[in-house]
Design a binder for this molecule. Structure first.
Ligand code: ANZ
Length: 854
């Protein structure tokens, strides 16, 4: 069944074996199997118009080697792929060309599929998923509805980043330095009605769960920092102005309360107006306007200049009754803690800088290691200048002061998180529609009679003074598909292109069945029909990738996102490989959804990704990040055409440790290509016959046998440990050793091909068939090594005469010093050098050399 090429003709061999695998469904994972399971997951690609990037096959080759290796070791392996296919580029393309984004998306998918198949990855193509397929996003919508019903989704009018150029809002993480991440367009603040997911309700669990997963430390630290847990206290300061009540602040350092010399409230704080004295009003107004145009990052950056204005009002420090001035400054953010702080300039860098600028006092309350008071002190130390607490360590004082304030009802211990709720809506066409319709209060009450699945407290939104109620589409009526639209241009007032589709938008909705008719038609008969306006927002691209690893388990299930049996049998991925750029957002959002599904009893475990690995970035040949503009992009198609997929796979793994960032090196690919050609020639003669060196009766020399067993051991261990580069070096060492042998036992060739097959599967299938083996090399199992063969039985000793290398000696490992001396001094090659000169003495360096001095 092999090809008949004489030379290593990868252009003929590779497609041949790819169709063999496809036709025999060689990589099908079985949902009912008594074999142990192994689930290895790749981050599925966004099918961009540019095609596969070389970083894709890097990670995909690594997981493919593992998948093929585990199959050889008897596992039922699940190795799936799919498409994260909603997204802005397809919509921008649609705006330009008028073609439906689905058309563009499917073209890109077709190209990606072709490229991925050309690399010979062992995916189970029967499980391919596409996030834009209604059969898939039906379950994305279903999960959203479960969140909604649990009270984890709400709407809020919020200041969001609005990009006039893209005509859409962006999430905080899509804005970099005041510009859109996509396209680099300027952004501004705008208030819009938004869907928000209550990820903050899971902040504690999201931190806790990191203890149980085998992830790179740096990624865990990044998630922790993003969630940003701070333990501190809320402290209540009385306002001096009668009738205004209190000012609550959040501090992580209540132990420094005696060092507070002023307070700061954010420019957006609700008390700004009432605290500002008339003579300060103009200055405050000007300041507020300026602050509104800055990003949070700019405002809190330590390196940026601080600024502020005095409000004219004072508060009273609850610990000592001191009168403290209240300032308005933008280095305090409204969105964190209470939007107000007590400033302790002696021990906080930002407060220090501000106090220097406005000449505010900076008394020390923590003793520093040196007496230097010209800088803020942020280190450890004992509390000073704090009557009643002096001499305590600062953590002790923190506890005691918090307790004392609490006892007096002017403070309490609190935990704050940097994590914000997740802005979950986009004003775009090419995303999952929200399965939500807006109805009046009366209609909502009527709908409730037909529904048991409405949230405990309704989600509402006031528009033009009228309260609208969010009515979920019944689960059974999903998917809610996108209507065809006339134009893909956003409506421009913040609503998506869906807002222009009146017949889809304004409807009579049957609250019980989810059926609908345009509102322009007569209201159908029956009590369950309500007047509704559909939600026009769509979900962000993150949604579909939050749960795709679950759909692979049972991708065609029409009744559930996956069956309970499949969820139990496959559990979660044993290994997840993908880029470190997803260290926070994708991995945090997916963990959040998984935890919600766990709490709902849908999935049996609370963390989705037990083990995570990030492949390193491959830089251009010039050591710089690959980019079109630099012209240093490597296209996998070109490499496959010149060297073949096996060489590309091998090379990607041979470049260096998988996790390392490393530059592309065109010479390197020549090296691995030569190695594959040598393997070919060991098996096939120039005439295309089986190499006569291969024989059923040949045996290996002891040396070669040792290398073979070492290689079997090392390649297996290196694959498990994801050290693919060193596994390849070891196979190169083996090939060199085998080339020195007078003949090759057939069994050794079998071992070599089975070891190499996960890395370079096409050539190994071909040579397996050509050397007379039956079936697929992948079905032949994994070679085993004999531990006894790893131990040397003999040693090579160098013989020197008067310090000069004159010969070598092979002795048993248990030879004594005297035996070695006797053998060396009577060795035929050595005798001429000794002539008849008497041996003065000898020096023996154990297991290495013997020097005879004459
Ligand atoms: C007094 C103090 C003294 C503070 C000291 C720090 C050091 P993390 O760790 O990030 O939670 N803060 C509180 N709310 C703020 C807001 N909305 N905008 C800007 N800064 C705010 O930081 C908590 C600390 O950041 C709080 O503790 C507060 O300053 C400041 F020696 O209070 B601290």
């Amino acid at each position: 069944m092999a090809t008949n090429s004489k030379d290593y003709d990868f252009l003929q061999i590779e497609p041949h074996w790819q169709s063999f695998w496809e036709n025999t469904k060689a990589f099908r994972a079985e949902n009912n199997s008594t074999l142990p399971k192994y689930y290895v997951l790749d981050m599925f690609p966004y099918p961009s118009g540019a095609g596969l990037h070389i970083g894709h096959p890097e990670g995909y080759t690594a997981t493919d080697i593992l998948a093929r290796y585990k199959r050889a070791r008897g596992f039922n392996v699940l190795h799936p792929i799919g498409w994260d296919a909603f997204g802005l580029p397809a919509e921008q393309h649609a705006v330009k060309t008028g073609t439906h984004p689905a058309t563009n998306t499917q073209n890109n998918i077709t190209n990606f599929r072709r490229q991925i198949k050309a690399l010979g990855f062992s995916y189970d193509w029967d499980r391919e998923v596409d996030t834009t397929d209604p059969k898939y996003f039906r379950w994305t919508q279903w999960i959203f509805l479960q969140l909604f019903k649990k009270g984890l989704a709400y709407v809020d009018e919020r200041p969001v980043w609005w990009c006039p150029e893209l005509r859409t809002v962006l999430a905080n993480e899509e804005v970099v330095d005041g510009k859109s991440e996509v396209g680099g367009f300027p952004v501004e603040r705008r208030n819009l009605r938004q869907w928000v997911l209550r990820i903050t309700a899971y902040a504690e669990q999201l931190i806790d769960g990191l203890k149980d997963v085998d992830w790179p430390d740096s990624t865990k630290r990044m998630q922790e920092a993003w969630i940003g847990r701070s333990e501190g206290a809320e402290v209540t300061f009385k306002l001096e102005t009668a009738g205004l009540g209190d000012l609550k602040i959040f501090t992580t350092r209540p132990d420094t309360l005696f060092g507070c010399t002023y307070m700061v409230i954010a420019p957006e704080h609700p008390l700004v107006n009432s605290l500002t004295l008339p003579e300060q009003r103009d200055a405050v107004e000007t300041y507020r306007k300026k602050a509104a145009s800055k990003s949070d990052l700019e405002r809190t950056d330590l390196a940026k200049d601080k600024s502020g204005v005095f409000s004219g009002s004072y508060a009273i420090n609850p610990i000592n009754g001191a009168r403290v001035p209240i300032w308005i400054a933008d280095y305090v953010l409204m969105g964190y803690g209470t939007g107000a702080i007590m400033a302790v300039p002696a021990h906080d860098e930002r407060d220090w800088e501000f106090a220097q600028l406005y000449q505010l006092p900076t008394p020390r309350v923590i003793a520093g290691e040196t007496g230097d008071e010209t800088l803020p002190y942020t280190g450890d130390g004992k509390v000073i200048n704090s009557p009643g607490y002096d001499g305590l360590s600062w953590p002790e004082a923190k506890k005691k002061i918090t307790a004392d304030l609490a006892a007096r009802g002017v403070g309490k211990g609190t935990i704050n998180y940097k994590l914000r709720d997740w802005l979950f809506s986009r004003q775009r066409y090419w995303g999952e529609p929200f399965p939500i319709a807006w109805v009046s209060k009366e209609d909502y009450a009527r709908a409730a009679k037909f529904r048991r699945d409405l949230p405990v407290s309704p989600v509402t939104f006031i528009e033009n003074g009228i309260t609208q109620y969010a009515l979920p589409i019944p689960d059974a009526a999903l998917p809610l598909v996108l209507p065809d639209v006339q134009s893909y241009l956003p409506s421009g007032n913040g609503e998506s292109p869906l807002a222009n589709e009146t017949a889809w938008l304004e409807i009579w909705l049957n609250a019980e069945s989810g059926a609908s008719v345009p509102a322009t038609e007569a209201k159908p008969a029956g009590d369950a029909w309500v007047r509704a306006r559909r939600e026009t927002n769509t979900m962000p691209q993150w949604a579909g990738s939050c749960w795709y690893y679950l759909r692979y388990l049972d991708p065609r299930n029409p009744d559930a996102l996956a069956s309970n049996e499949a969820l139990k049998y496959w559990d979660v991925p044993d290994l997840y490989v993908g880029g470190a750029e997803h260290a926070v957002l994708h991995l945090l959002y997916a963990r959040f959804w998984h935890k919600v599904l766990f709490d709902l009893g849908v999935v049996p475990q609370s963390e989705p990704f037990k083990k995570l690995f990030h492949q390193g970035i491959i830089l251009g040949e010039d050591g710089v990040k690959m980019s079109k503009s630099r012209g240093n992009v490597v296209n996998p198609d070109d490499i496959i055409a010149s060297y073949g997929a096996d060489a590309l796979r091998l090379y990607l793994m041979f470049l260096g440790p998988l996790e390392a960032m490393k530059p592309w090196n065109p010479q390197g690919i020549e090296g691995v290509y030569r190695f594959l050609r040598k393997v070919w020639r060991e098996c096939i003669t120039e005439e295309g016959a089986v190499n006569p060196r291969i024989s059923d009766t040949a045996t290996l020399s002891a040396d070669a046998e040792k290398v073979l067993h070492e290689t079997i051991k090392k390649v297996g261990e290196d694959i498990e440990g994801m050290r693919f580069n060193t596994a390849i070096s070891q196979m190169m060492i083996l090939l060199n050793a085998l080339q020195k042998e007078p003949a090759l036992p057939r069994a050794t060739v079998r071992d070599l091909l089975r070891l190499l097959a996960p890395f370079a599967p096409h050539i190994c299938e071909e040579l397996w068939a050509r050397t007379g083996e039956t079936g697929s090399v992948m079905a032949a199992g994994w070679p085993t090594y004999d531990a006894a063969k790893l131990v040397a039985t003999s040693l090579k000793i160098v013989i020197q005469v008067n310090g000069k290398h004159r010969g070598e000696l092979t002795v048993g490992v248990d030879a004594t010093d005297a035996e070695i001396l006797a053998l060396a001094s009577t060795n035929a090659k050595i005798l001429p050098y000794l002539a008849d000169k008497p041996l003065k003495r000898s020096v023996y360096v154990k297991n290495r050399l013997i020097n005879l001095i004459v």
